[in-house]
Design a protein around this ligand. Sequence first.
Ligand code: SF4
Length: 459
Amino acid sequence: MLLRHTTAFEIDRKALTINPAKTCQPIGAMYAALGIHGCLPHSHGSQGCCSYHRSALSRHFREPIMAGTSSFSEGSSVFGGSANLVSAIDTMFTVYNPEVIAVHTTCLSETIGDDLVQIVSKANEDGLIPAGKQVIYCNTPSYVGTHVTGYSNQVAAMVKFFSTATPKKRNVINLVAGWMEPSDMGEIKRLASVMEARTIMFPDMTGVLDTPLDGHYKMYPDGGTTTADLKLTGDSKFTLGFGPMSTEDACIKLENKCKVKFEMLDIPIGFKATDRFLMSLSRHANLPIPQTLSDERGRLIDLISDSSKYLYGKRVALWGDPDTLVPLAEFLVSLDMKPVYIVSGTPSKYFLEKIPEILKDIPEAKFKCGEMADMFRMHQWIKQEGVDLLIGNTYGKYIARDENTPFVRFGFPIADRPGHNYFAKTGYNGGANLVKQIMDAFLDHIDRSCLEEKVEFQL
Ligand code: SF4
């Protein structure tokens, strides 16, 4: 395997990224769009881009991902794809009847300079957007930004096109979901409902990318935030945003447009981030935290205590998105583990502010974000001094195999294991899922690799 030739010797690269810890902007925009009920995402570019975006999401969620494409030909690649998009809007509303079409651009359409404002206005003037339906759009050139930026841009577009302030304010808290699994969103909603808080989550992929197999195909599954709820977000009393990289832009736009104030939270991975979420919700919704949630927390603490002798001092390498890496690193440190190497391909002020603080008692830790923070570099760090555990997406499996290191799959994409979208990592129960996964990885590794005479029935 090629990675076996990775050496410990680092050179300062400026123009080459190897095994990047990120993917392309429109994938994030497409994923976010699927969190609107009845939405058909549309990729304004070549068929190849759209196929890639759809297949990346399908491989991860193991669900069909429906999306339109402007199908650029040689002509549109040179002269622009305005006519293609206008025609696509007409065809999609006529044939597939979505509530919303969410357009995002691609490298090609951005390089040509296609103007989505003008193109969608033309479709509107030509009467191609039926009454009550909506075309929203955002710019997602993939030569800048990453899938996280694309997600953020599409979530901000939801505010721009839908959120409306009326004089009638409602006792509702907006929950702006950062990039996480549908199960993670479901767990956040469950925690809020246990507290009896009235909330609107957007985007909301529950019931969209985790649907039951019942023999009936639905082009538009039952889940997703409705356009009616998206409009009502402007009348809510407060907004909680989960993960600054993917939601802060939307929260700022909502405050500017509708005067709904917000608080930016970490995605609630681990008990500390979950505590902060519940206390914030309690404060802003003026509701107590019920005993059932304290009990869930207590069970997580009990599991951590039972596992502590295996977790203490273990060196971990992580890769993924800033919004999940920050609370994950915090959780690992609270488990007495040592996240010694952390990389994210997404440049992030949030990452650079929070990670040094979280790792302040681990002087040997190395971390990097941005274009040059690739997994090849992380592998070189591992070659210099090994780790006990890897946590990240499927692209790390080659490193795990070459280094014979336990590996917990986490983040996007996970292309080689099904089911991850059903088991939350958020909240106290999600924290317990994560600790169990980590423990299983460690103990399976010990059982497989220890000397025969050392195999123990009880560990
Ligand atoms: S050309 Fe750009 S938008 Fe298309 S798949 Fe590649 S990186 Fe993504």
